[in-house]
Design a protein around this ligand. Structure first.
Ligand SMILES: Cc1cc2nc3c(=O)[nH]c(=O)nc-3n(C[C@H](O)[C@H](O)[C@H](O)COP(=O)(O)OP(=O)(O)OC[C@H]3O[C@@H](n4cnc5c(N)ncnc54)[C@H](O)[C@@H]3O)c2cc1C
Ligand SMILES: Cc1cc2nc3c(=O)[nH]c(=O)nc-3n(C[C@H](O)[C@H](O)[C@H](O)COP(=O)(O)O)c2cc1C
Length: 783
């Protein structure tokens, strides 16, 4: 077999090694345009888990690599004169140049032909190769040559960065967030061998412009960075090596394989440097390719297998890298945060590290975070314990005169179980048990303001006296038997009205017994859905009047809070999204116009809803669709409602149009809440695939939301919050006397369960290489 590999970076060399080991008879050639020891960059970083993988696949190169490595365990965050250190991270660094020399030597030893100073421009000379590996890096000529086939997507990010080096010793992966007269600068730095560290400097385009860095050569740039970070460099110089300022290209390719050609490493996909995964991904691609070649009988099948098996892992890493890079791009959102909360945000930015996880390895740090959170709550007028604070989830919150005992919320969820809009016994038990279960706030399902405002025939409403009495019974029960507050969500289905119950076909039109539907524009949801009537001014007045009437009834029922539903493609949302609003009057066109009617309804409600009671608005912060609402629009929308007196923005997403492409994942909507909260400076509630109290605490402590709503988790577990309170030892949680023995038992058992769980986790966690190394070099205690 003949294998040609274009590119002698980590991906190309490591695949040559693994393939040659697997097929000693194969003729494998690596073509590299540079000389053997001519490389850019300084250090590379691997996690312990990646090194375990290297050990398994090629022990000799692993041994040589680890002889050269620097290990560290801590991450240090420098911000506004403070430094916070968190241990247990298990990273290793090594010189990129040495890594390549080790891989070259190992490849040579196995019999791989290494052709340096061989720049390939086309593959005609490789016509007799059975396999062509395209490992030609981030600017891959071959990916671009066959762009129509590979379909790369290149998203050039806004921040500007440069790689440099230094002799400054570092004992932790170090982030420095530096205020300057031009704006914020960030340094990501780590030591990769004695006396050598990598330094990546990053800033936003406006600060870059203001600091006049454009056009400076490498030396001048290094001098400028030495000035900014001089206090930390302690006289050590910055070194350069192709250290030009550049923008990070986030690359994804739809296809990785063309005939017998395969893209690997940076050529196929990149991951932002802030999660230190570029070289790791490149070498793990090589492992996946070698694995596939081992398992499949033909090259064609092997390449199919490689792409099929590897894509998900790569995309997961890219997603984590995306989330991380967005955090760094918007660091200004957190610039006025308390430094410990800021550091917590840095640590938890990419989802893998959480509140509980940090509690296990850096309990003092999390204790400081809890104290800072408690201090903020105290500043809000609560007499909470700051010396021994409870976890953020159990800190109270005040909106106008409404006080919530904790930050866990039952999200609004239609039960499709009402008859002619009447909530019945099911609703009483449903809301009652969730209130007793401990959540600080319970939302009603979307409660429709008129019969024709319903989504389905099973939707609850509040347009007549019987419904008012039924809701009052529920509200009274909640108030009498729990500490929970209850909010009424009012809505109008718009073009999604007259549809089937969820379990009969969500959003599908009713076959019989339907009613006429309204929307901003006459666009049906499904092609076979009812075409809605475009609302004229009279219809707007009528709808507004029904909202106002329902709010009056809600007040008489004793609801503590009122939410206006402007999300998920329902009537008011249909005005806000340009995908559903094609009007040419003053209610269509620019966002300001599209917001006009929803704001008018909000203002009318605010006028009748008692001033001491809070109001929220639910929005879809993105339509997940081309041309639709984006996070930036959501900030404008939140600001507009805030001007009308909204107290909380309930940040949801999507459900506007059928062909949306949501990116699901754990806590997938939380970044929108974070953006709205910290750009529009308004309190937010986040929601969406948040399933654990650990995630709730992580979100709150990092300042990504003020309240956290859970929908589906509450459907199966009304006592979600009570259980979490027991876990975190938040003993103040209210419990009706009938259930006290249950509360006492779970609180008692949780102490032991939690201890057992933590012990198990600590035992199951292998020692990091940094820990092993420091143990090995510790002087023996005198006997
Ligand atoms: C300037 C710069 C500095 C970096 N510094 C660091 C760092 O300090 N630490 C870190 O972890 N990561 C660093 N990275 C990222 C890291 O290099 C990559 O994520 C990783 O090297 C990817 O490995 P790869 O083998 O896919 O690509 P590369 O390492 O880029 O290797 C591709 C190779 O292909 C060769 N090549 C390209 N075209 C041809 C051709 N037509 N014919 C022959 N040969 C060709 C190139 O010369 C190169 O050697 C840096 C990236 C850049 C751009
Ligand atoms: C069965 C069901 C009914 C829902 N009904 C409503 C509703 O009436 N009003 C609303 O704003 N959101 C509604 N939602 C959306 C939820 O409030 C929540 O945003 C969504 O389920 C995501 O949160 P989760 O992942 O915690 O479930 C509903 C969701 C479900 C699963």
């Amino acid at each position: 077999m003949k294998i040609a590999i274009i590119g002698g970076g980590p991906a190309g060399l490591y695949s040559a090694i693994l393939l040659k080991k697997q097929r000693p008879e194969a003729e494998i050639t690596v073509y590299e345009r540079n000389r053997a020891d001519d490389t850019f960059g300084f250090g590379v970083v691997f996690s312990d888990a990646t090194l375990d993988n290297f050990e398994k696949y090629d022990a000799p190169s692993y041994r040589r690599i680890t002889q050269e490595f620097a290990y560290w365990d801590d991450i240090a965050v420098h911000f506004r004169g403070t430094v916070h250190r968190v241990g247990g991270n298990g990273f290793c660094g090594c010189s990129r140049r040495k890594l390549l020399l080790i891989l070259q030597e190992r490849a040579r030893e196995l019999g791989v032909h290494l052709m340096f100073q061989s720049e390939l421009d086309d593959i005609t000379g490789l016509a007799n190769a059975d396999l062509v590996v395209l490992a030609d890096g981030i600017n891959s000529r071959f990916r671009e040559r066959y762009a129509e086939h590979f379909q790369p997507e290149i998203d050039v990010r806004s921040n500007v960065f440069a790689w440099m080096g230094s002799s400054r010793p570092l004992d932790a992966f170090t982030f420095i967030f530096q205020e300057t007269e031009w704006g914020p600068f960030i340094a990501h730095a780590y030591q990769y061998e004695m006396g050598h560290s990598t330094w990546i400097f990053e800033t936003d385009p406006e600060t870059f412009e203001r600091a006049d860095l454009k056009g400076l050569d490498e030396k001048q740039s290094a001098e400028r960075m030495e000035k900014i970070f001089g206090w930390f460099l302690e006289g050590h110089k910055l070194l350069t090596n192709r250290s030009m300022w550049r923008n990070f290209p986030m690359i994804r390719s739809k296809r990785w394989v063309k005939g017998n050609m395969v893209l690997i490493g940076d050529a196929k996909a990149t991951a932002h440097f802030s999660i230190g995964s570029g070289t790791k991904l490149a070498m793990e691609d090589a492992i996946a390719l070698a694995d596939a070649m081992h398992r499949a009988p033909t090259v064609e099948q092997a390449l199919k297998l490689y792409e099929g098996d590897r894509r998900e892992e790569v995309e997961k890493t890219q997603h984590a890298a995306d989330v991380s890079l967005v955090w760094f791009e918007h660091v200004d959102r957190f610039w006025d945060f308390d430094p410990v909360q800021f550091a917590f945000g840095v640590m938890t930015r990419a989802k893998a590290i959480t509140y509980d996880n940090l509690t296990l390895r850096a309990p003092e740090f999390v204790n400081e975070v809890d104290k800072a959170f408690a201090n903020q709550v105290r500043a809000g007028g609560f007499n909470v314990d700051v010396a021994k604070p409870v976890a953020p989830m159990f800190q109270p919150l005040k909106l106008r005169e409404m006080t919530l005992a904790n930050r866990a919320v039952v999200s609004p969820m239609c039960m499709y179980s009402a008859k002619e809009g009447m909530p019945g016994d099911f609703h009483l038990v449903h809301y009652g048990s969730r209130a007793i279960g401990g959540a600080g706030l319970i939302f009603t399902e979307m409660t429709c303001v008129s019969r024709d405002a319903r989504i389905t025939p099973g939707c609850a409403g509040l347009w007549n006296d019987e419904q008012e009495a039924a809701w009052r019974r529920i509200v009274d029960f909640v108030h009498a038997n729990s500490a929970a507050k209850i909010a009424l969500q009012l809505g109008h289905a718009g073009r999604k009205g007259a549809t089937k119950l969820m379990w009969d076909g969500m959003d599908r039109p009713l076959e019989e017994g339907g009613w006429d539907v309204l929307s901003a524009s006459p666009i049906p949801y499904f092609p076979d859905s009812q075409v809605p009537r475009e609302m004229d001014r009279a219809a707007m007045d009528a709808v507004k009047a029904s909202f106002v009437a329902a709010a009056g009834r809600g007040e008489r029922c004793g609801f503590d809070m009122l939410e206006l539903h402007c999300a998920h493609g329902y009537l008011l949302a249909s005005f806000i999204s340009p995908l559903t609003n094609q009007r040419t009057d003053e209610y269509g066109g620019a966002l300001e116009n599209r917001l006009r009617f929803p704001l008018e309804v909000f203002a009318a409600l605010r006028a009748v809803w008692p001033a001491h009671k809070p109001m929220s608005v639910r929005i879809s912060a993105t339509d997940w669709a081309e041309g639709g609402i984006t996070g930036d629009d959501a900030v404008q929308i939140a600001r507009a409602f805030a001007e009308q007196g909204v107290d909380l923005v309930d940040v949801s997403t999507g459900q506007t149009v059928r062909d949306a492409q949501p990116v699901y994942g754990r806590m997938f909507q939380t970044p929108f809440s974070e953006q709205v909260r910290n750009e529009a400076r308004v309190a937010t509630m986040c929601v969406g695939n948040i399933t654990t109290s650990d995630q709730v605490n992580t979100i709150l402590a990092a300042g990504r939301a003020d309240l956290v709503a859970l929908g589906r988790p509450h459907l199966v577990d009304p006592a979600f919050t009570m259980k979490a309170a027991a876990w975190y030892g938040a003993g103040d949680i209210a419990c009706p006397p009938q259930y006290l023995p249950g509360k006492e038992q779970i609180f008692r058992n949780s102490v032991r369960d939690r201890q057992d769980f933590d012990d198990l986790k600590i035992k199951a966690k292998p020692k990091t290489r940094a820990e092993l190394k420091s143990e090995a070099t510790k002087p023996l205690a005198a006997e």
